[in-house]
Design a protein around this ligand. Sequence first.
Ligand code: FAD
Length: 613
Amino acid sequence: MDSTPFHHDVEQQSSTATSSMAQKPSNSQHHAGRKKVLIVGAGAAGMSTAHHLSQHPDKYDITLIDAVDYCGGQAFSCPLDKDRHGASWFNQGVQGGSYIFHHTLTMFARQGYHADPVNLQVSFGKDKTFWTNVFPTDLLARHQREIKRLHFALKVMRWFEIFFALIPMKLFFKLWFFSEEFTNTVALPMVALFLGTGNEAPNVPSIMLERLCTSPTYGMWYPYDPTSIATNHPPMVVFPNFSEFYETWRKDLISRGVTVRLSTELAAILHRSRSSGVVVSLKQRTPAPDHHNPIGDDRDAPTFEEHYDELVLCCLADTAKRLLSSTSSWRERKVLGSAKFSDDITITHTDSAYMKKYYQNFYSESLAVRTLGGQDQSSRCDFAATNFRPMYYIKMYDQDRSKLEMCFDASNYQPQFPDKVPFEDHVFQTIFLNKDRDGHLWSDGEIDESKIIRKDWWHQLCHSYTHYLFVVPWMMFLQGQRRVRYAASWTLVNAHEVAIMAGIAAAVDLGAEYPEDLEHDKFAFLSFWLYYLLAYGKWYRRRYTAAAAKSKRAGEESDRAKQGKSWASGLYGSVYSGPGVTREERTTWREEMKVGRSTGNLAQGNTQGRSQP
Ligand SMILES: Cc1cc2nc3c(=O)[nH]c(=O)nc-3n(C[C@H](O)[C@H](O)[C@H](O)COP(=O)(O)OP(=O)(O)OC[C@H]3O[C@@H](n4cnc5c(N)ncnc54)[C@H](O)[C@@H]3O)c2cc1C
């Protein structure tokens, strides 16, 4: 879809990249007249920066490095026993997003991939504290008055958004006299689920809940139901095989002249100045068997120096602060140091007994209520009796109900799995949050070791209100200072879409263009424009749309303009309807079946729903 400025032989370039891993590249590779740009981190943000700079091969000589031996960063896939689980891979951690992810979805399309649609079903709590968006339960019946009060409070919040913008959720719920049970079991999980706020939900700005419930464009719980809170099944998109997508993208970057050097870590920034650029110290890393090299290992590996004109740090804020080391200013240390991270672990397993002990996996007539607030709810209960298949779970710890454990049922959620798999063979991803603070609450030791597929540690952004006070608004004063820019999802919200936009913004700030087709997609452009204004304090001026209006009048609208326009549908154009997302659920499964990577249904007798016993 993008114009390909020049094509090299992909494999030849790959081997060049691999051999360059072993040698100290010389600075004589600098091409006269082109800016030498080093991008650190080949996650979504770094790949996006490289991609958008590579549209201008005459202007930039681009090097992309990553400490690990694959591209994708936090987004990767792992192998599975196909015969047991029905699919030969699963995406770890990063599952999917919403139809407002225009940049992510177009990027899938540009590399020949697609996401699949799904309507989200959730399961929060267990037994007496259980509720879901699929059918009404006893818990919601008990809290009818508070559900109505929250409806009113959200309206007030919408009128006075600026005032509530930074008030943490825990304070908001106290100010409105909500009970602890309602706050912890109903309200906090609604926010914890999205944006990966997890155990920081009590500290996130209350405006996030307001937006989730009242925004017709990105409010996953919109419209708020004054009786059942959430009755909609939010339309989501589930991502394709991330490892394959990023590997294809890596090859595409190489074909566009980008030098991709994996297993190469930025050890330190030695010198940086506006006049002479940046001198960095790099080192070669030894790939780890599971591909995930801890940053800082290979301590004795020799380092070597390189010189670049510009540096884009696409790694986490605390890593960026460490890398700037002696070259950092007081302001950089203060802003980057204010971003908080926690160490979380995802345990991928098949321990259905653990799931049955702590989560509500199936429809339960005894917990369902058929009348709520005087309204007949039978049709929702009847639907749930055969179709309840939770994808996202939240458990509140008994010792402290404001602290959570999260879980995905990958077999229900990810589109490469067959429609029906016995519950005992489902693949679950249970996430234990914030080891340092909340590790004493974790029940990870109860998961049967023999049923664990793998364990993955994450260093995750805490979306505390302090992030929006001390980090986000100040990033514009750091960007471009002495040749260093920052692109990563932590610059706003921990989501794949933000990482992709952050990469485009860094490229644009270095002088690249925002793609013509996306400029015509009015929602994509508005999102990018706002991000760029917030993160760089700069107004991005349209390059194509004004000219296109004239051409259109002359009957010469470009194909890219036509395509981009057609991608934006729904309110404010927020619903992406272009290539990169299919219309039918589990299209991936059908495609994988054809190539023998997924099986047919594994539970022929279990005809209704995916999870029912
Ligand atoms: C468990 C989990 C679930 C998630 N679920 C979702 C979801 O469902 N939907 C969604 O939209 N988002 C989700 N996210 C968030 C999303 O994955 C991230 O926001 C996004 O992938 C971050 O991309 P990034 O490029 O900013 O950073 P990263 O992916 O972290 O990339 C940074 C890269 O920098 C490299 N690096 C770091 N230091 C150095 C160095 N010194 N030298 C060289 N390289 C270095 C790292 O190896 C890494 O590859 C989830 C995240 C997690 C952890």
